[in-house]
Design a protein around this ligand. Structure first.
Ligand SMILES: [Cu+2]
Length: 495
């Protein structure tokens, strides 16, 4: 009976997928509208439950932010004063963390910034970082993985004066296209199925049903020119190796923390959960043809690119993008060691860092501001992990003790680094501001099942008597306390 049921399910599933294959146009998450309130760019983001048709005719329960699934794209500029009001319309508590955002710890949206059902939490700060592709997602201890899986993830695009002037494709959704890549399991009634067992917590809760921007096997229609894709691995625990079906080369222009110094030529791109890459692909001369974007670890066609329009857009990619500030290993004043392994029970024990599972009321590390540090992260398990540090962007110094093993497309600012089984990575970091001895930032494995299980720690940034900074000033709260209804008032923008 079980076997029959399994086959029946599989057959139905295959039929549904084949019906939908390459049928949908790639959805582009709209830009989030904002209002200017006393000079502050104010966004109202409603976290809610709804339904989405991943499979035609079937309503699947999903979570989204101002959308049925995933979130609108928040677009802000270096130097902007912003307030992002997150209202929790779910029937359960959550949080909303700005991943990659360089903000004060209390604005980070980590596990401490809990938003109860019906409540609102506001991230208010002055944007203080270079142009980059970031994202927002829940970060409540123990439920992060399920909440992201249900659909809570959106992009935050930061612009700056440099990105404004670089001759790169920059029309959002047209030649500058977000690609939020995930995979999901579904029940036989096509509801999202999130129920990892112990082995799946360890090895990853993965699926062959992949989606981009919440759509299974979509088609994106582009002009015959240079097209920029902002790629985000928003999966819970999958590595994606992306490649085009014709093996064409493309250029990576940005890592997690913004532009590389120069474009890096690639024919495949490997991203672990939480990592981002901006790539530019040349489709000139391809009018009338299609090419498939493939995930090669599992041999899945994930998106068709249909070149159906002609254009006289950007024809080349600038040869230099940005000068990056780089620290040498000899500049570091200390090295911290982080061991990724389990505690208690060996391979089946609880995920931990340095033998301790996460505890919200424990500060694991105290980092003096303006000190250059090396963080030496070792994965001694026979499993994939990665390592994400909140608020600070770092550079990778070494892989397995070798500077030569750091790939060219990793030589930019990063906030997530892949740590393959039984390997080590040294990164160099410097926190320059936002001292707060009372509120911590997280560092953790971004395989969400590992993070929820305890592979996470907490650090504070404290004053440095040798090299002090002034305390950051919070943006004053104003009188806006309710959601701004549509239609949007003058001064707002929408896509
Ligand atoms: Cu991990």
């Amino acid at each position: 009976m079980q076997i029959y049921k399994y086959f029946a399910t599989s057959l139905t599933f295959i039929t549904l997928v084949s019906v939908n294959l390459f049928a949908a146009t790639l959805p582009i998450p709209p830009l989030a509208p904002y209002t200017m309130v006393n000079g502050v760019k104010t966004f109202n983001m409603n976290i809610r439950q709804s339904t989405t048709q991943f499979f035609s005719g079937v309503n699947t329960r999903t979570y989204g932010i101002n959308r049925n699934v995933l979130g609108q794209t928040i677009r802000i500029h270096d130097g902007d004063r912003v307030k992002i009001n997150y209202t929790n319309s779910l029937s359960e508590a959550t949080t909303m963390h700005g991943h990659g955002m360089h903000v004060p710890a209390i604005m980070d949206g980590g596990p401490k910034n809990k938003i109860q059902p019906g409540q609102r939490w506001t991230a208010s700060y002055t944007v203080n970082q270079p142009a980059s592709t970031n994202w927002y997602h829940p970060h409540l201890m123990g439920t992060t993985a399920r909440h992201v899986y249900m659909g809570l993830a959106g992009m935050i695009i930061v612009d700056d004066d440099n990105s404004d002037t670089l001759a790169l494709p920059k029309t959002y959704g047209v030649d500058d296209i977000p690609l939020i890549i995930q995979d999901k399991r579904f029940t036989s009634s096509r509801q999202i199925h999130y129920a990892p067992n112990r082995m799946e917590i360890m090895r990853g809760y993965t699926s062959r049903t992949m989606m981009i921007n919440g759509s299974i096997s979509p088609t994106v229609y582009v002009k015959d020119k240079q097209i920029r894709f902002r790629v985000l691995n928003a999966s819970n625990s999958s590595l994606y190796n992306l490649r085009f079906s014709d093996g064409r080369a493309f250029k990576q222009i940005a890592t997690d923390g913004g532009f590389l110094e120069k474009p890096v030529n690639l024919s495949s791109l490997l991203l672990s959960p939480g990592e981002r890459a901006e790539i530019v692909v040349n489709f000139s001369g391809d009018l009338g043809s299609t090419v498939t974007l493939r995930e090669t670890r599992n041999n899945i066609n994930i998106m068709t690119v249909n070149v159906n329009r002609t254009s006289t857009g950007v024809t080349s990619v600038p040869s230099t993008l940005k000068k990056l500030e780089k620290y040498r290993a000899s500049d570091a004043v200390r090295t911290r060691n982080f061991l990724l392994n389990t505690v208690g029970g060996g391979m089946m024990g609880q995920m931990a860092i340095n033998g301790r599972a996460f505890n919200l009321s424990r500060i694991d590390n105290v980092v003096p501001v303006n000190d250059i540090e090396i963080w030496n992260i070792r994965n001694t398990m026979n499993l994939e992990h990665n390592f994400h540090i909140h608020a600070i962007h770092f550079m990778i110094l070494e892989r397995n003790g070798s500077t030569a093993r750091v790939a060219a497309n990793e030589k930019g600012y990063k906030d997530v680094v892949r740590i393959p089984p039984n390997s080590s990575v040294k990164v160099i970091i410097k926190m320059k501001d936002y001292i707060d001895p009372n509120n911590g930032y997280m560092y953790h494995c971004h395989f969400l099942e590992h993070e929820d299980d305890g592979m996470m720690g907490q650090f504070t940034v404290i004053q440095n008597k040798n090299n002090p900074v002034t305390q950051w000033a919070p943006i004053m709260m104003d009188s806006i306390t309710t959601m701004v209804p549509s239609p949007l008032p003058l001064g707002s923008t929408t896509y």
